[in-house]
Design a binder for this molecule. Structure first.
Ligand code: SF4
Length: 454
C-alpha cells in the first residue's frame, strides 16, 4: 500500500516510569537563555510574552512568581487530570520549571508512553518538539488531548524527512522490493512517516533501542529502509553487524524526493539492490559538530568520552561509550565523585548535566568545548528552545479559560511548517488510517523493546 492511498484529503492551515532529573531551580540563573522576538509568538500568546519581556530580568526570583500567577490557578483548576511534560534537551531552566510544577522530564521513548500509561490524565501539555507531542497523541487513549506549547518547535533532522520528501522514495522502493522491504523509522519523524513503517510491518526506533529493532529486521532477512538519521543508522548497523558495503545512502530532503531509481547509474542500482540497509541521508546538525580531534583533546586531559549515536561514525567508534539521552544522563548520575566526563550531545542537555555534575562532584564538559580561536562549536537545539516561559504560561492559562488555540492541539497525521507554525490537518478518515499504521509501528517498537528486557 502507498501513502497516497491513505492521505486523500488534506486541510489547509487550521489557523486560519520516570525519575527526577535531579535538577532544581536555582536563584540568579536565567530561566531562559535568550528572549524570542515578540513577533515570533502567535497572537494568543503575545499578551503573556509582553508581560514576560517587560520583567526586569530573567532570574528565577523574578520569573517564577510571574509564572505562578498563571500556572498555579491552571493546575488548581485541572487538578490530577493534567500532566506537564518536557524533554531533557529543553533550553534554559524549563526542565527545572516543568518539574517544579509537578511535571515530568524524559527522553522521547518515555515521553511517548506517558498518555497511554496515565489514563487518569486527560490533558498533556508538552514543552518539546512536535514529533514528540504527536507520538504521545498516537498512543493516547481517545479521551486524552495533547497540546504543544509552541508549534514552531520542530526538529531540523525531521524537516529533512517530511512526508512529501520521503513518500516518493518509499513508493519507488515498495514498487521495486515489495514485501522484502521493511521500514524502520526513528522517533524523530512525523506520524505520516511512522505510518510507512506500519504499512510494511516495520517499527519505530529510538537511539536507545535502535540495535534491538534493526537486529529484529535483519533476522527477518528484510531489506531495511531506515528513516531518517543516517548517522544513527550507520552506528546501529555497526552494532548489529551490517557492513558499510551493505549500506546505501539516499540523499535527504527535496534532493531525495527528486531522486529516481531509474536515473541512478547501473553501478548505483546494483549497490541499491544488493544493500541490506538503505539510509535516508538526513542528520542532526547539533550532533554532527563533534570531531575526533575533540575526543583526543579531552582524553589528553584525563576525561572519559561519552557520545550520542547521532554523532558521526568516526566519533562514536572512538568514544568510551555511546547511547541515548537517558544513557548519558545516567553516566553522570552514576559517576563517582572526582570523575571527569566529556559528553557529545545537545548543548542544553550537557549544560544541565554539568549542573548535576557539580552537585555530585563530577566534572562534566561539552566535548566541543576545546580551547582555540574558534571557541566551542557545541550548540543547543535552537528549535527545541522555542519553548519558553511565556509559551508554557500562555498555554496553561488559555486552557484554564477554555479557549486553547487550535494550532496548539496536536492530532495524529498533522504536518507542521515550523517556520510559521501552520498546521495541515487531515480529514478524519485519513487521520484514523495514518494513526492506525503509525501506532502499529510504535507498538512493534514497544513489544520488541520490552521483550529484549526479558
Ligand atoms: S537535537 Fe537534533 S535530533 Fe534532537 S530535536 Fe534537535 S534537531 Fe532534532
Amino acid at each position: 500500500m502507498k501513502l497516497t492511498d491513505i492521505i486523500r484529503h488534506r486541510s489547509v492551515d487550521i489557523d486560519a516510569p520516570l525519575r527526577s532529573s535531579g535538577l532544581t531551580i536555582e536563584p540568579n540563573i536565567p530561566i531562559c537563555q535568550t528572549d524570542l522576538p515578540l513577533d515570533w509568538y502567535q497572537d494568543e500568546f503575545r499578551p503573556y510574552a509582553e508581560e514576560y519581556l517587560a520583567l526586569p530580568d530573567r532570574t528565577a526570583q523574578t520569573v517564577v512568581p510571574w509564572m505562578d500567577r498563571y500556572v498555579v490557578p491552571a493546575l488548581d483548576h485541572f487538578g490530577d487530570s493534567i500532566m506537564l511534560l518536557a524533554h531533557f534537551y529543553m533550553g534554559g531552566e524549563i526542565v527545572s520549571v516543568v518539574e517544579h510544577y509537578g511535571g515530568a522530564i524524559a527522553d522521547s521513548y518515555q515521553l511517548a508512553l506517558q498518555a497511554v500509561r496515565h489514563p487518569e490524565k486527560s490533558i498533556f501539555v508538552e514543552s518539546a518538539v512536535h514529533f514528540m507531542a504527536e507520538t504521545i497523541t498516537l498512543l493516547a487513549h481517545p479521551h486524552q488531548q495533547v497540546y504543544i506549547t509552541n508549534p514552531k518547535s520542530g526538529c531540523t533532522m525531521e524537516t529533512l524527512a517530511k512526508e512529501a520528501m520521503v513518500a516518493p522514495v518509499f513508493d519507488q522502493l515498495i514498487d521495486r522490493y515489495g514485501d522484502d522491504l521493511v521500514v524502520i523509522c526513528y522517533m524523530n519523524t512525523s506520524g505520516r512517516v511512522k505510518a510507512m513503517a506500519g504499512i510494511t510491518g516495520g517499527a519505530v526506533c529510538t537511539s536507545a533501542n535502535a540495535p534491538v529493532i534493526l537486529r529484529w529486521a535483519k533476522e527477518q532477512n528484510k531489506k531495511v529502509f531506515f528513516i531518517p538519521d543516517r548517522h544513527l543508522g550507520e552506528n546501529t548497523a555497526a552494532t548489529v553487524g551490517i557492513s558499510p558495503h551493505d549500506q546505501f545512502v539516499w540523499p535527504p530532503g527535496w534532493e531525495g524526493a527528486r531522486t529516481s531509481i531509474d536515473q541512478l547509474s547501473n553501478q548505483d542500482k546494483l549497490r541499491l539492490d544488493s544493500s541490506q540497509l538503505i539510509l535516508w541521508g538526513s542528520y542532526c546538525s547539533v550532533h554532527t559538530v563533534f570531531t575526533v580531534a575533540h575526543i583526543h583533546f579531552w582524553r589528553s586531559q584525563g576525561y572519559e568520552v561519552h557520545v550520542h549515536p547521532e554523532c558521526t561514525r568516526e566519533v562514536v567508534s572512538l568514544a568510551d561509550g555511546h547511547g541515548s539521552t537517558n544513557y548519558l544522563w545516567r553516566v553522570v548520575q552514576d559517576a563517582k565523585p572526582g570523575a571527569k566526563i566529556a559528553i557529545a550531545t545537545e548543548g542544553h542537555f550537557v549544560r544541565n548535566a554539568a549542573k548535576l555534575g557539580r552537585k555530585l562532584g563530577v566534572d562534566v564538559r561539552n566535548l566541543a568545548d576545546v580551547p582555540g580561536p574558534a571557541g566551542s562549536v557545541g550548540c543547543g537545539c535552537a528549535t527545541m528552545s522555542r519553548n519558553d516561559p511565556p509559551h508554557l504560561v500562555g498555554m496553561l492559562d488559555l486552557l484554564r479559560q477554555g479557549r486553547p488555540p487550535a494550532k496548539n492541539l496536536v492530532l495524529a497525521g498533522d504536518m507542521v511548517d515550523e517556520s510559521s507554525g501552520a498546521r495541515e490537518r487531515l480529514d478524519l478518515q485519513s487521520r484514523t488510517e495514518i494513526a492506525t499504521y503509525a501506532r502499529r509501528a510504535l507498538e512493534k517498537m514497544i513489544d520488541l523493546t520490552e521483550a529484549s528486557r526479558g
